[in-house]
Design a protein around this ligand. Structure first.
Ligand code: PMP
Length: 430
């Protein structure tokens, strides 16, 4: 496969951008080999600067639920552009957005818009701390909540790929109040609460983690977590940056039928533009400035372009809930095809799926926790990823991510992906 232009761009990029990329996962797990450089996206495809065309399962890591350069999204964007790019003042579209989120998520009585998932989780933690007057909070091993200091502890996503789940440059004092528990283990949460009686402000969780690969929780774990946090007066924060409006219109909160105290969003609610939001109970959110003493602000927060595209996305999803059935059907087709290939070839590989979220681990199952995930052979996944790339299929470059379905993927795309999956597995096991 021709890659001259990508290789040349990478050589230049390395001189001016750390690792040649603006976010580590884009480096495809390597600091030496060039990733692809994108020319354009169209429908289910990405095209690189070398003229190669890929079926895109990255979907900008989630937000492109209608695929690339969808015509309705383009019209919404142009309509919004005609009204100016940013105001730095309140506008009606922000009110509509807050109401839309609140309607979909009963937990979100009030919502504040920010500019990324990182800002959303960082601000939610600050709010929970400010509201309770307590500093400690619990997160789970392998869950990624963006790159703010206090959350970069035993994290997931690129931090796992590059073996830095706890980042350099984060002062020990800043993370001394971050308590890490085991995902899917209510005992580990109970122990942490017992050891820190009355000192914990919040528990933050990716309800269905996608950042250590897809690791679904048990319904019981989710229910126990809700009950325990409620009993102890601890604020339960769902980080729905990936799952929000993707698993269902009400996200994981809806699929598990659990009402957290706060929810964080990103990705989909901007329709592909940089955006995030956090929301929750009115009494909690009322502590946020200018109502209360928790300061949080943003020059570009509630940006009208992001609001237009985000609202367009949310309303299309709201008005056609069959989309969720369709996305899940697609993920299930892949799951079944992958599992058949793996069994036909007699390999020890595990496919995990929850609704439309799916990922694959190069190790035997079950994979229910971060400990299980650590058994997976990341190097082998990297080889598999490159074999799939050769066959014009763009997957997440590491197994600590998910595959993202969109509405423009067809059965032909999926069947070609399943066929290529078998070929790639044969190739790397020969
Ligand atoms: N939370 C979760 C669950 C995420 O998956 C991500 C990003 N992948 C973030 C937070 C951080 O979002 P952002 O990259 O927009 O800062």
């Amino acid at each position: 496969m021709e890659r001259t232009n990508s290789n040349n761009l990478f050589e230049i990029a390395k001189n001016f951008i750390p690792g040649g990329v603006n976010s580590p996962v884009r480096a495809f797990g390597s600091v030496d080999k060039a990733p692809i450089f994108v020319e354009k996206g169209e429908g289910a495809y990405l095209y690189d600067v070398d003229g190669n065309k890929y079926i895109d399962f990255i979907s900008s890591w989630g937000p492109l639920i209608f695929g690339h350069s969808d015509s309705e999204m383009r019209s919404a964007f142009i309509e919004a552009l005609d009204k100016g790019v940013t105001y730095g003042l309140p506008s009606a579209i922000e009110v509509e957005m807050a109401k839309e989120i609140s309607d979909a998520y009963p937990a979100c009585e009030m919502v504040r818009m920010v500019n990324s998932g990182t800002e959303a989780t960082m601000s939610a933690i600050r709010t929970a701390r400010g509201y309770t007057g307590k500093d400690k909070f619990i997160k789970f091993e392998g869950c990624y909540h963006g790159h703010s200091d206090c959350l970069l502890v035993k994290s997931g996503s690129g931090t796992l790929t590059y073996n830095a789940p706890t980042s350099l440059g984060v002062p020990k004092d800043v993370i001394k109040d971050t308590i890490v528990c085991e995902f899917n283990s209510i005992e580990s949460v109970q122990n942490a609460i017992d050891e820190n009686k009355g000192e914990i402000a919040a528990v933050i969780i990716e309800p269905v983690p996608g950042n250590m690969g897809v690791v679904p929780p048990t319904q019981k774990f989710m229910e126990d977590l809700r009950e325990l946090t409620k009993k102890e007066g601890i604020i339960l924060i769902f980080d729905e940056v990936i799952t929000g409006f993707r698993l269902a219109y009400g996200g994981a909160s809806e699929t598990f039928n659990i009402k957290p105290d706060m929810v964080c969003f990103g990705k989909i609610i901007g329709g592909g533009l940089p955006v995030g939001a956090y929301g929750g109970r009115k009494d909690i959110m009322s502590i946020v400035s200018p109502l209360g003493g928790v300061y949080q602000a943003g020059t570009l927060s509630g940006n009208p372009l992001a609001m237009y595209l985000g609202l367009k996305t949310l309303r299309r999803l709201r008005d056609n809930k069959d989309i969720y059935t369709d996305l899940e059907r697609k993920a299930k087709r892949l799951e079944e095809g992958f599992k058949k290939n793996i069994s036909d070839l007699g390999l020890e590989i595990t496919v995990n799926r929850y609704r439309s979220m799916i990922s694959m681990f190069f190790t035997g199952g079950p994979i229910d926790s971060y400990k299980d995930v650590q058994r997976a052979d990341n190097e082998m996944y990297g080889i598999y990823f490159r074999e799939m790339l050769k066959r014009n299929i763009l997957l997440a470059p590491a197994q600590f991510e998910a595959m993202f379905m969109n509405t423009v993927l067809t059965d032909e795309h999926l069947d070609y992906t399943i066929k290529s999956h078998k070929e790639a597995l044969v190739e790397i096991n020969s």
